[in-house]
Write a new protein. Structure first.
Length: 487
């Protein structure tokens, strides 16, 4: 009958647990512009889902880049560490949910003791006594969550879990974008190297021409020395380009989880064009950026911890029970006369503790306010990064058009300079100058294309890479009845 009364008290306490203190979480408002400031002719209207979900890099239609990205997902160590952090957060959320259940422990003991014959005369006569004692006690404890402290802790743990899941996606987005940027930078260097190699061939042909004219007494030694100097300088540029390419190749090796010493990327000059990137509206960023989702979940976590700090002002009610068997003989241990039990409750009400609870609550409210400021800052930064990408692509597009025209003009200038030199109308200095101008303009044209591709990568990254915040909603730990019998 006493156990039934205890169970009834437990059920009543659980019903009372519906009362929870602390603020209800609501996402703070942030200013969001109705449209993007930059609207360029380079972008076609396209639906949001035209960026491949989960594999955003496929928008560039480069099979080799796709292969490297898949290697990164499988072998990158920073990404593996982020996955481990998510597993850790998931386990910590399960730890928080365990506090919703009673704990049951057993502590079997056995001892044999000899008591002094001169012991204090309390229960028995003063004769020596040797006695065995065997016990199998069980202890049951359950904190009734009257004011929501445990539930708020679980709410905070789940928010942290979802934030860690978003952080994993952000790490993946950063790494895959870095790989794509390095890849296109390497391909741009391949194209630039090809330009310089073609210039070397042209300059070598010019050197042969000047040398023949010098041997025939038509060209001066100065013309020959100037052409040789230009050729040597251009060859030096080839070595520097190779050194830059090797650095990008090594960076890609680390990203795909391969030792740099055994990793090679075949030379393929860049021949791509920036793809049209569907933008959506600015408010979409609040759901598409994993770093914003991480900041938002941090706010939810800090808000729940405010509730935990408030619950510290209220009583803490614990139900405890104990039972088991105690006997001086193993043979009579598991018998009805050896049974022992107790049932009780403990109500702890904080009264004075030097202002600790008040200080904890004030600190937690400040932590929440800080998370709100960080969230709003991350949103503003996201808007800035998208606008940077848009304006950058627009400017680079116009610059590329004018630079292509400059390359064509430089070709014509070189042809004219060669004809005038061969006709004896000018010195070879004009030819050298025209060759240098052509090389400079060709390299700049190639660099602009590389910058366009890299800027496109970072624009897709700034848009969240087609990720969506709904993907982390399933990352929650819910208390399960099976936890009652789990160690």
């Amino acid at each position: 009958m006493r156990w039934s009364a205890g169970a009834a008290a437990l059920c009543a306490s659980v019903c009372l647990a519906a009362c929870a203190v602390g603020p209800k979480y609501q996402r703070p408002a942030v200013p969001s512009p109705p449209a993007w400031k930059t609207e360029g002719p380079w972008r076609e209207a396209a639906p949001k889902d035209s960026i491949p979900k989960g594999t955003w890099w496929e928008i560039f239609h480069d099979d080799e880049l796709n292969r490297y990205e898949q290697q990164l997902l499988a072998a990158n160590q920073s990404l593996a560490a982020a996955r481990d952090r998510l597993d850790q957060a998931r386990s910590l959320a399960r730890v928080a949910s365990a506090a919703l259940f009673p704990t049951l422990s057993a502590d079997p003991t056995g001892s044999r003791n000899r008591f002094s014959g001169n012991r204090p005369q309390i229960l028995t006569s003063g004769t020596a006594l040797t006695q065995s004692v065997y016990e199998i006690p069980f202890a049951l404890n359950y904190e009734v969550d009257l004011f929501g402290r445990v539930r708020k802790n679980l709410e905070a743990a789940n928010a942290s879990l979802q934030g860690t899941a978003a952080d994993l996606q952000n790490v993946q987005l950063i790494l895959t974008a870095e790989l794509a940027a390095d890849y296109f930078s390497l391909r741009e260097l391949d194209a630039e190297t090809q330009v310089v190699q073609e210039s070397v061939k042209i300059q070598q042909q010019g050197l042969v021409l000047v040398n023949h004219r010098h041997e025939g007494g038509i060209a001066s030694g100065l013309d020959l020395a100037q052409q040789q100097t230009l050729l040597d300088s251009t060859v030096t540029q080839l070595y520097l380009l190779q050194q830059q390419r090797e650095q990008f190749e090594h960076a890609i090796a680390v990203l795909v989880g391969t030792p740099a010493s055994t990793f090679n990327v075949a030379v393929v000059p860049l021949r791509a064009a920036p793809p049209p990137v569907p933008l959506g509206i600015p408010s979409d960023l609040l759901e598409r950026r994993p770093d914003i989702a991480t900041a938002e979940r941090t706010m939810a976590q800090e808000n729940a911890l405010v509730g935990v700090a408030k619950a510290a002002f209220y009583p803490q009610f614990t139900i405890s029970g104990a039972g088991g068997f105690e006997s001086v003989s193993l043979g009579s241990l598991i018998t009805a006369p050896s049974a022992i039990w107790s049932l009780g409750g403990d109500l702890l009400q904080p009264i004075f503790n030097g202002g600790r609870n008040r200080a904890n609550l004030a600190a937690q409210k400040s932590a929440y306010d800080e998370s709100v400021a960080n969230y709003r800052e991350s949103v503003l930064t996201a808007f800035q990064q998208v606008e940077d990408g848009l304006s950058g692509l627009n400017t680079l597009s116009r610059a590329a058009e004018s630079q292509n025209a400059a390359v064509a003009d430089a070709h014509r200038a070189l042809d004219i300079a060669n004809d005038r030199y061969v006709g004896g109308l000018t010195t070879f200095l004009d030819v050298i100058t025209a060759q240098s101008v052509l090389l400079t303009n060709q390299r700049l044209s190639t660099q602009l294309l590389g910058q366009q591709m890299v800027t496109s990568v970072f624009l897709v990254k700034a848009l969240g890479g087609a990720w969506d915040a709904s993907e982390i909603q399933t990352e929650q730990v819910h208390p399960k009845a099976t936890q009652l019998i789990q160690p």
